[in-house]
Write a protein that binds this ligand. Structure first.
Ligand SMILES: [Zn+2]
Length: 107
């Protein structure tokens, strides 16, 4: 079975042991309970299989690439609200930095 989607989960949330709400691409929320028994959850609404990738600590966001090739920030679910609440300005600055870094490594 292959996962359809994947999402990032913050390690601190797993260690804390509280239920973690995972938002699917269809906006349904699936609540998972640590310790994670399954690294795949199935969305009850759209039946997507979602693979959970646990990242250590409290990363807030990770960088990713949109299908268009544009850098995007992917929220790490379960990160602390302070880490996730970045202003538009901070978001823009981060994306600019990412574009620059990628530009440097690919040329
Ligand atoms: Zn779904």
């Amino acid at each position: 079975m292959k996962p359809d989607l994947f999402t990032f989960v913050a390690g601190i949330a797993v260690e804390r042991g509280d239920p973690i709400p995972i938002t699917c691409n269809c906006d349904s929320v699936i609540t998972i309970m640590p310790p994670l028994q399954e690294e795949l959850v199935v969305c009850p609404n759209c039946e997507s299989r979602i693979k959970l990738l646990v990242l250590t600590g409290d990363p807030g966001y990770v960088m990713g690439r949109a299908p268009t090739g544009e850098p995007i920030l992917i929220p790490v679910q379960g990160s602390s609200p302070e880490k996730l609440a970045i202003s538009d300005e901070e978001r823009r600055a981060l994306l600019e930095k990412i574009s620059k870094d990628w530009g440097n490594t690919t040329h």
